[in-house]
Write a protein that binds this ligand. Structure first.
Ligand code: ADP
Length: 391
């Protein structure tokens, strides 16, 4: 609630104290047209998403792709070398041949392209060998190449380029209406006068368990930042455009408009479970959230992680270090006897009364043209999904 006497919201400080901003503005430092003669590096979809996350401050305090000391420190200690919590190596991989071509440019600026278009620059301070096996074991907790994050890791080049980046323009992309940088999200939170904001990460179509978490959280805090990840996901995940459609539809009918903000999170999905949960939370602090939801198997895939590993891992940090409150939720589902959404904490009935559908099962049903039960998904969302899968 805001009123004339409500204090101005005090948003959390970004991690590291200042919101990083490395988006080029005209007149700044250099003119992109002058850079044509420099060597270029073509970015994958994931690296381009990382570039945006870095340059807009979503990954504050990082100002660029990690150097070797930070890379190893993150892998081994869940911290940057200065002790700041950080859990995923944000690196820029290239192959050996390309690395050879770039070696003479160490200490200089290189151009970054994506799909052949100029998108930014990297001040190349370091090049070093990736430790794929170590990264897989420590970050993904498995060397199994069936894990999509591990598969992506092994498919990429073995040399990492490091240094501060500049992004020429924020790529607003296909969700322009919902695309906001961290400072823009902070602006909305301030304008709405929310003292507390809970952020929700998701890569799946919204279902009623999600809605339950949102609404329980909204009983506790002022605003809800619905922050679906729209960067690269694995091939069989529901496409971002369909998920955004579902969100828009549901928000219209079932959410308090003035207390909800739908905005996209442009990062690529790593499926690193617990490790990814930490960056998801720290990054949402940079976007201005005071609270972050972590439910069951957050950012997990298959059965690589324990149901609550992504909640446990936060014990590695103090509250002050995190600077964002973690709202932990147990597995939530519909119970026929309670006739409502519940969790093991609130429901006394046996599992036979519970409707639990895995993401895989939902996709199977959709592909087979079968309806999703209303206890699992609101009919409006089921209809969006049905249409998408039929076409
Ligand atoms: P991801 O965590 O990979 O983005 P989802 O979109 O499925 O995947 O989940 C979004 C958030 O909601 C996560 O924090 C997850 O733990 C939580 N969540 C999803 N489904 C449930 C559920 N049935 N019960 C409790 N938490 C859930």
């Amino acid at each position: 609630m805001t009123s004339a006497t409500a204090p101005a919201p005090s948003l959390p400080t970004p991690l590291g104290g200042t919101l990083v901003r490395r988006v080029w503005t005209p007149g700044q430092d250099f003119d992109p047209a002058e850079l044509r003669a420099l060597p270029s590096v073509e970015l994958s979809e994931r690296s381009f998403a990382d570039l945006e996350m870095l340059a807009t401050g979503a990954y504050s305090p990082l100002t660029g792709f990690l150097g070797e000391a930070d890379y190893l420190s993150v892998i081994e200690h869940l911290r940057l070398s200065d002790g700041t919590p950080w859990s995923l190596p944000i690196t820029l991989p290239v192959g050996e041949e390309e690395a050879g071509r770039l070696r003479g440019h160490l200490g200089r600026r290189v151009r970054l392209t994506h799909g052949g278009a100029e998108v930014g620059t990297l001040d190349l301070t370091e090049m070093y060998a990736a430790r794929h096996a170590l990264e897989a074991r420590e970050v993904y907790r498995t060397g199994d190449e069936a894990h999509p994050g591990v598969a992506a890791l092994y498919a990429q080049g073995g040399v990492y380029l490091a240094g501060p980046v500049t992004l020429f323009a924020v790529p607003r992309g296909e969700f322009a209406r919902h695309h906001r940088t961290p400072s823009e999200v902070r602006g909305v939170i301030e304008a709405r006068g929310w003292q507390t904001t809970v952020a929700f990460q998701t890569r799946n179509p919204i279902h009623r368990a999600h809605e339950y978490l949102h609404k329980v959280a909204l009983e506790l805090v002022d605003g809800l930042l619905l922050h679906p990840l729209v960067g690269q996901t694995k091939g069989d995940d529901v496409p971002a455009a369909v998920r955004m459609d579902a969100y828009e539809t549901l928000l219209e009918g079932y959410y308090p408009q003035a207390r909800t903000l739908l905005s996209v999170y442009p990062a690529a999905m790593r499926y690193a479970g617990p490790r990814e949960a930490i960056v998801h939370a720290l990054s949402r602090r940079n976007y201005g959230a005071t609270h972050f939801i972590v439910g069951r198997d957050h950012a997990g895939v298959g059965s690589y992680y324990g149901t609550y590993d992504a909640q446990e891992i936060f014990r590695a940090f103090t509250r002050e270090e995190l600077g964002i409150e973690i709202l932990r939720f147990e597995h939530t589902f519909y119970c026929q006897s309670c006739a409502q959404l519940v969790s093991p904490r609130t429901c006394p009935h046996p599992s036979g009364q519970h409707l639990v559908l895995s993401g895989t099962r939902v996709r199977e049903r959709l592909r087979a043209g079968e309806a999703l039960p209303p206890e699992f998904t609101r009919p409006e969302v089921a209809e969006v999904l049905r249409r998408a899968y039929q076409s």
